[in-house]
Design a protein around this ligand. Sequence first.
Ligand code: S3P
Length: 463
Amino acid sequence: MIPPPRFGRLGIRKHMELRVKRAPHIDTEITVPGDKSISHRAAIIAALSNGICRLNGFLMGDDCLRTVNALRALGIRIDEPEPDTIVVHGKKRVLNPPTDEINCGNSATTMRLMAGLLAGQTFESRLVGDASLSKRPMGRVIAPLQRMGANITGEGPDDTPPLRIRGGSLRGIRYEMPLPSAQVKSAILLAGLFAKGKTSVIEETQTRDHTERMLRYFFVRTTRDENGTISIFGDQVPESRDFRIPGDLSSATYWLAAAAAQPAGHLLVRNVGLNTTRTPVLGVLVRMGAQVREAIEGVDQLEPHGIVEVTGATLKGTVIQGKEVAQLLDELPVLAVAGALANGTTIIRQAQELRVKETDRIAAIAHNLRVMGAQVIELSDGLEIHGPAPLRGGRVASCGDHRIAMAFAVAGLFADGETIVQEAECVEISYPGFKGALEKFMTPKRGPGSTPVIGSLSLAPAE
Ligand code: S3P
């Protein structure tokens, strides 16, 4: 018998602190929980499919559970037979009107993707979020969805949440994205599935392409032309299929950056997603002087996954700007920490999107790095960090932002004295088990370390 779903644990425990001390020599291997972006998309597309889909490796973080909860509120049955597996009972695109508003918690991905999905339904819905999400810009999804014919409004000032959506019949549009955003692209593609005719999205800078890949995997017809225009045709029902979600490279990056910044540190991460729209962060670590190898072991379900191996060095500063920024935005907090540990100056520019994330990440990084003794200049669209800083422990604020909390836990691994990351319960949003993994990096290893595997890794095949 399938046990009842255990989704009662939405919402995160309050007032957890992370206490961090300097890391001993790093020589270990790890795996990380499932990819957040892929988990959201798999649940949504499975819910629209024509049958039962088993999603292994699903991220049971608060953000993805918000999407699960939203789908359940729309009448989709979702079971949890094993700890990291959900079974979604697709209902051939039929969704029920929700009986109440849908709470997206801290998850902008839930709110923006669900807005796309709900824009094409015949009923009314309202999406609300926590204090942080309530301040985040939704005009970027409202504008294209309105052009498709949806009646959607942001009830907060300047198109912020809650979102009220009176869905209806949509028409396909051709939309040139004014800013690079995988969430906006995905919202439009999901709405396009319910629209008449063809919907096309043109992105000048390619963003993570998990939605397009997943749609193709579920046999939904999409095309991508040589200019990067992605099109979807309405009226299609995804074919139900099972999916194995790889580990989240963004979560792995906390540990990869730590190993990279420790001369002779060595880390292997297994079963991690290696989609090329996500791997530019590895190139930055290489530029900073670390040795990094990746080996793709499989491309199941159109998403490559494999091993990443890092050997650390005395890092040197680098410049991160331009097109690469959109593909490593989530990794910038921990790259900034790596910058503080590196010789020379690290400059991050054209990253103004960081100001409208779960918190103003530019301000939060600058503040916390200064608390720990680093020299930082806050720029309107980024940071200038002068390394190497002899970091000292202290109390740093997470600002309720999971990526700030985890980045500064990594900073604590390189600091004198104890670092206390306050309000660190937010790590549960994307990385349940982060605290346990952190303990592993603070505990001296007994016995032999992990064996370098570079020699035995085959080169990553072209996708
Ligand atoms: C995400 C896209 C990115 C990323 C976020 C997850 C997604 O946001 O920062 O953590 O799953 O589509 P934007 O689309 O706002 O760039």
